[in-house]
Design a protein around this ligand. Sequence first.
Ligand code: SSN
Length: 476
Amino acid sequence: MTDHSSLHLLIGGEQLSGGGRETQDVIDPATAEVLGTLPHASADDLDTALANADKGFKEWRRESADKRAAALTKAASLIRERAKDIGMLLTREQGKPIKEAIGEVIYCAMLFEFYAGECKRTYGRELVRPTGQSARVIYVPVGPVAGFAAWNFPAINVARKVGGAIAAGCSVIVKPSEETPAAGLALVQALLDGGVPADVCQVVFGVPDEVSRHLLASPVIRKVTFTGSTAVGKHLTKLAAEDMKVTTMELGGHAPVMVFKDSDVDTVLDTMVGAAFRNAGQVCVSPTRFLVEQDLFENFRDGFIERAKAITVGNGMDQDTRMGPMANERGPEGLAKKIADAKDKGAKIDTGGERIGNQGFFFEPTVLSEVPTNAEIMNEEPFGPVALINPMASADAIIEEANRLPYGLAAYAWTNDPKLRSRLAADVEAGMLAINGANVSAPDAPFGGVKWSGHGQEDGAEGVMHCMVPKTVHES
Ligand SMILES: O=CCCC(=O)O
């Protein structure tokens, strides 16, 4: 199986490395030691991948839904068998606790199993026409897809990029993050081992801007799917527009957690504190801005601080670690700056706020409260282990603050008031809303945002349908 000592490109089924290609080191975020050396694709490699993707698409689009489903199902079963090994690769390169890593890998198997079923559900519709005529809408695969995945979920992000495309009958070239390459490589290998043809799913690495410009400049690619920052998403969307390529953009968030006065504080904290520090807060749907009705505020803040202090931080490979390091050197540096800015503007640092030790990229679980809305951290995704807790005067004020930012990925709310729940469902500007819970991800549930958090969805039936385009066939 793929490991960090044998990192490679996967082009036309060939594992390519060496040959004078540029390389970069892959770093263990828990120790800052080098885990392995990753080859970059040359321009020739990218052209080969594009030619393969073109050929692969022409063949795969004609395969039966049964055959595509069988390959996804087999791959899912191989991923389940390999979950522990892939999880260990993931923890080593990304840092999250091994239990979270294995859970992430299993999610990928579940997603492929769900997509296997969706292969047969790409329904069109018949339009009403006079006798002797017909008109119907059919859905056809959009064409070869270029997918760019982020480092925070090295497995799920790759699975979301390739799964929908393969189910729809597209070919796909995926670029996992260069910082976390091995888990994505192992997933794609399972797809090939499961029967997905080598030209249908390929993996490249390189300097991200160079790879994306090269692939997007090609007329072969008909769809671009990206997970990452809003800034890069806007850049890729503009590049894609040059050739009218379809885009799915899963971008940044700044999720509000609306805690209304009828909530039970301990129940909310028991669910949301763990969610806030999952993957060291490096989650696009991380619960971030806790907007708590005034009456509950003090109890809520005290309980949050107590639970945050109890979190065991350590190497993700240790079984008792509950929070690992941040995934790269940029993490603690960027977070420390945002915390300093918030403090200067009057926020209280209730616990944490500092980097831990001088080895690896560890940061304390941090709680800030009474954070002014002009602090950078209240406006830009912190993407780190920090919770921001503010007292709010009313339900109206909570909803207004929840919608204040240009982001709209996930939102969370706690209330049992049926009228308020309906209002939240209608008025909260987010692609995903969890009421009285912390989970917004499930293989059958569309995952995506609105406003600057992007457009298009992954997972759910939409994850496949966004890799297809409608065609209307009129017959007389
Ligand atoms: O950051 C993206 C993935 C997070 C999730 O699926 O819960």
